[in-house]
Design a protein around this ligand. Structure first.
Ligand code: ZN
Length: 293
């Protein structure tokens, strides 16, 4: 069973609704970073939010979401794009906390309540858009909602949820994004507010086998949605030995010399996916030549 995101337009174009199953993708991130429950939920929710925002992009456009809170998880950085690819980093993967008052994973406790959420969109041709809002919740769904209202002037609602098993593995992960278009009627908005207030956590619905199609129907009611597109979602990091080589070259020949004489080689690992790259003395000699040219 693989992940996907469903794009739909509802109530005759008044509302845009995206629903997503990101279970395998968040599971992959959890394994690669060996995250503990609160870190898994914080990173997973940020990944789901970035995927939902990324789905509004076109072509080669990309998005980076940065959450910088004052909690023990530290900063979280997630990259996504219009093709449904995502990669993520969390400064402290080993945060697990007692459940919050609602008996859920304490994401706010991990992320913190002071800080910022920054979204940067790379629209190609050196054209970038960046928006930043202060964290208002730390639970992240509300923070993404606040970002949309303030930075993009779009009334919206985000539901982001990750269900973690007792052994720290990911049971389910998913969510939704609702964007209200100009011209939406009060009747439609009231209907949506009621369904958002009453819908159970998406991750719990998915645990019982519900798919993005069924979650969409819960949100807007039967017959009100027109599905436009189904996009596959994958964890994908674009790092390579070549990319790390360029970073080593940029350090300069003196630094490379130190790696050769003191360390007899170099190890590099990617913050986003955990892949390791080994550079032998011969590799480094070649890079040193490039750094001098
Ligand atoms: Zn990587």
């Amino acid at each position: 069973m693989s992940d996907y995101l469903l794009k739909s337009i509802c109530f005759d174009g008044q509302v845009r609704v995206y629903t997503i199953d990101a279970t395998e993708t968040v599971r992959e991130a959890q394994k690669r970073h060996d995250t503990w429950s609160a870190s898994s939920a914080a990173l997973g929710r940020t990944m789901i939010g970035a995927l939902l925002l990324g789905a509004t992009l076109k072509g080669k456009e990309k998005i980076t979401v940065k959450v910088e809170g004052n909690g023990p998880a530290g900063h979280i950085i997630v990259d996504s794009n219009s093709k449904g690819e995502v990669k993520g980093y969390i400064a402290n993967p080993k945060v697990s906390l007692p459940p919050n008052a609602a008996g859920k994973i304490d994401v706010r406790g991990a992320v913190g309540t002071e800080g910022s959420l920054t979204v940067t969109k790379d629209l190609g041709m050196k054209d970038t858009f960046s928006g930043q809002v202060p964290l208002i919740s730390g639970e992240l769904g509300e923070d993404f909602t606040y970002y949309m209202a303030n930075s993009e002037q779009t009334p919206s609602a985000f539901g982001l949820s990750v269900l973690v098993d007792t052994d720290d593995s990911i049971k389910t992960a998913g969510g939704f994004m609702i964007q209200v278009m100009p011209g939406a009627t009060d009747e439609t908005i009231t209907k949506l507010e009621q369904s958002i207030a009453s819908i159970p956590m998406v991750s719990h619905l998915m645990e019982t086998g519900e798919k993005p199609e069924e979650i969409l129907e819960r949100l807007v009611g039967e017959g009100n949605a027109k599905i436009l597109e189904k996009t596959p979602i994958t964890f994908n990091c674009d790092c390579s030995k070549d990319r790390f080589s360029r970073a080593i070259i940029a350090l300069g020949s003196k630094e490379i010399d130190d790696m050769i004489t003191e360390d007899q080689g170099a190890e590099a690992s990617c913050h986003f996916c955990g892949n390791h790259y080994h550079f032998t003395v011969e590799d480094l000699e070649a890079l040193k030549v490039s750094s001098n040219s």
